[in-house]
Design a protein around this ligand. Structure first.
Ligand code: F6R
Length: 606
């Protein structure tokens, strides 16, 4: 994880470095630091905790210089302490790193044998120490850094800054993304283009194995073999404006509340006035596929799990799903006529990207559903389906999830129609249901005060179960994930029919059980499972529509009423109470809702 930036500028670098890091805070916020070269002198400032702490440090102890590098950290090796914070410095070189140096133990041993002791617990320090060692042996900074890079195994995006070099930053990429920004007489480096949004819109993406020598005059890039290469400069459209909370207490609250508008926008991008579902060129010929493989992580994986129900039931297309961190390690065979679909909000999740690369050359077609169209996953796909959710700041994914679901449902409907599984009338009915979604979501969000009251009670629980059946099962999993990541309450989800195969042993009067049950074909079965919980004194929170609550609400501990909706869109609509329950519970517990402990918005390491 971690975010890195570099600036070879014409103005003081520190404020711009901090502003760029602010845009990268989604990658980690355990500690942060910057280093600059000022009149040849290399110096650094670091602080534990969020970027605001580094800002405070810089107010009391400013750092001058127009050339600098910066880092925001999500700790992998070593606790979040000042000593472990980047940049790591070894006398004349400072280094920032995103990724993991897997052979760092061997490198440490080699350094120890040369009489050089590490001062930190990090893997990154070895990079700085080896570069210094190479310089001590007479290599130039560029040669020393490149000699060090050839020793590294693992994943890295690196930037190097040197004492005495006001016009030089070296950058290297193997795995995690790295972008070079082109200014007018200025050059920039960033983990992504968003970091550089207020500095430039002209971006070159480094490819794996690339090493770049960056000066104010431009960039010289060599590939892993040392051959000079030309990487294109792209003009990127990124809204550089500051994303604010629009009057909400947290970004997450804002992102939940804006879902009706955001979803309407997503629909607008894919639906014609005549009710046709349009994909970006060159589209997908669904008759050319016999199966779909969907791979993602976390919330995006639950979107895939939900979509499996749609693709199989409506389009009669078999779907395999897997979490990206497992997928490539089980080395699945990929038969011909497989459509491989990767879902990712950030488009930078390391495991999802690696799974995509595993499928490259094996699957017939690689399609990604992403929120960031300039991301690595998007750039490596045959076709990109943007979800148009807008920037999502809250670490807990909300609007991206419902937009992912919406795009995946449209895809399943398109597949069903193309394969002759549904006729034009049925397609039109489904599209009408989708068009009605923003208004229903608005009503769902209107239940926030009731959900807040329920959440206050939930906030006292130690363990909470979520139950759902059929297509509501993935939603139960998503509800439990959302709750644990921001409220830190232990939560589990089960397909409600599975309860009596083990988990029912957990039920007693202290365990709230949230049941997600629209009044659909499986409602009666879910209610039977719910009765089994109540018979064991479990405290049921039933989330259903008016009819469902009327039929089955007797004896429940609490209930949340959702508007009645067509079955096909229920998982998208019921995401709202799942999100609001987690949000209000976290607020009641006083946790850091937008930046919960131990997490980062984008997981760019394995
Ligand atoms: C949970 C959450 C994570 C992400 C997961 C994948 O609220 O946000 O589980 O869904 O890390 O991230 P992306 O979608 O960026 O690949």
């Amino acid at each position: 994880m971690c975010g890195i930036v570099g600036i070879l500028g014409n103005h003081e670098a520190a404020p711009n470095l901090v502003a760029a890091l602010k845009r990268l805070e989604y990658r980690g916020y355990d500690s942060a630091g910057i280093a600059t070269v000022n009149a040849g002198v290399l110096d650094r400032r670091r602080a534990v905790g969020k970027l605001a702490n580094l800002n405070d440090t810089l107010v009391h102890d400013p750092l001058a210089g127009k050339t600098g590098i910066g880092h925001t950290r999500w700790a992998t090796h070593g606790a979040p302490t000042i000593a472990n914070a980047h940049p790591h410095q070894a006398q004349d070189v400072a280094v920032v790193h995103n990724g993991i140096i897997e052979n760092f133990r061997e490198l440490r041993a080699e350094l120890a044998a040369a009489g050089i002791a590490c001062q930190t617990e990090t893997d990154t320090e070895t990079v700085a120490l080896f570069t210094q060692l190479h310089m001590d042996k007479g290599l130039s900074p560029v040669e020393a850094a490149f000699a060090t890079i050839t020793k590294l195994q693992g994943a890295f995006a690196l930037a190097f800054l040197f004492q005495g070099q006001d016009d030089l930053i070296l950058a290297a990429r193997m795995g995690p993304p790295l972008a070079i920004g082109h200014g007018d007489g200025e050059m920039f480096i960033g983990s992504d283009a968003i970091a550089l949004a207020s500095l430039t819109d002209r971006i070159t993406y480094l490819e794996d194995g690339d090493r770049a020598v960056v000066t104010r005059a431009g960039v010289e890039i060599r590939d892993a073999k040392g051959t000079l290469v030309n990487r294109p400069i792209r003009r990127i459209e990124i809204d550089a404006s500051h994303v604010d909370k629009a009057g909400h207490k947290h970004f997450m609250a804002k992102e939940i509340a804006e879902q009706p508008a955001v979803l309407a926008n997503t629909l607008k991008h894919y639906l014609t006035d005549g009710g046709e579902i349009l994909l970006p060129d060159p589209g997908i010929d669904f008759t050319a596929f016999d199966r779909v493989t969907m791979v993602a992580c976390g919330t995006a994986f639950y979107a895939c799990m939900t979509a499996k129900y749609w693709f199989e039931r409506i389009a009669r297309l078999p779907v395999e799903i897997d979490v990206a961190s497992e997928y490539r390690y089980r080395e699945p065979p990929i038969p011909g006529r497989t459509l491989a679909l990767f879902v990712s909000q950030s488009g930078e999740t390391a495991d999802t990207l690696a799974a995509l690369r595993y499928c490259d050359g094996k699957a017939e077609r690689i399609v990604s559903v992403v929120n960031v169209p300039e991301s690595s996953i998007a750039r490596e796909s045959d076709l990109v389906l943007p979800i148009h959710a807008g920037v999502e700041v809250g670490v807990a994914s909300t609007k991206a999830f419902t937009c992912q679901l919406t795009v995946l449902l449209m895809l399943a409907l398109k597949a069903a129609h193309a394969r002759g599984e549904i006729d034009g009338t049925s397609l039109a009915n489904h599209v009408d249901a989708l068009r009605g979604l923003p208004a229903l979501m608005h009503l769902g969000i209107g239940q926030s005060p009731q959900i807040q009251a329920t959440a206050r009670k939930l906030s006292e629980a130690r363990d909470i179960l979520f139950l759902g059946r059929g297509i509501m099962y993935p939603l139960a999993l998503e509800g439990a994930l959302k709750l644990k990541e921001i409220s830190y309450i232990h939560a589990e989800a089960y397909a409600s029919g599975e309860l009596k195969h083990g988990p029912i042993a957990l039920i007693d009067k202290h365990v709230p059980v949230v049941v997600m049950a629209p009044n659909d074909a499986l409602f009666d079965k879910t209610v039977s499972n719910m009765q089994e919980v109540m018979a064991r004194k479990g405290k049921v929170v039933l989330i259903s529509d008016a009819k469902g609550l009327d039929d089955a609400g007797d004896g429940v501990w609490d209930q949340v009423e959702m508007p009645a909706c067509p079955d096909v869109i229920a998982p998208i609509l019921y995401a709202v109470p799942a999100q609001l329950l987690a949000y209000h519970t976290a607020v009641a517990k006083g946790t850091d809702v937008d930046q919960p402990r131990n997490l980062a918005k984008s997981v760019t390491v394995e």
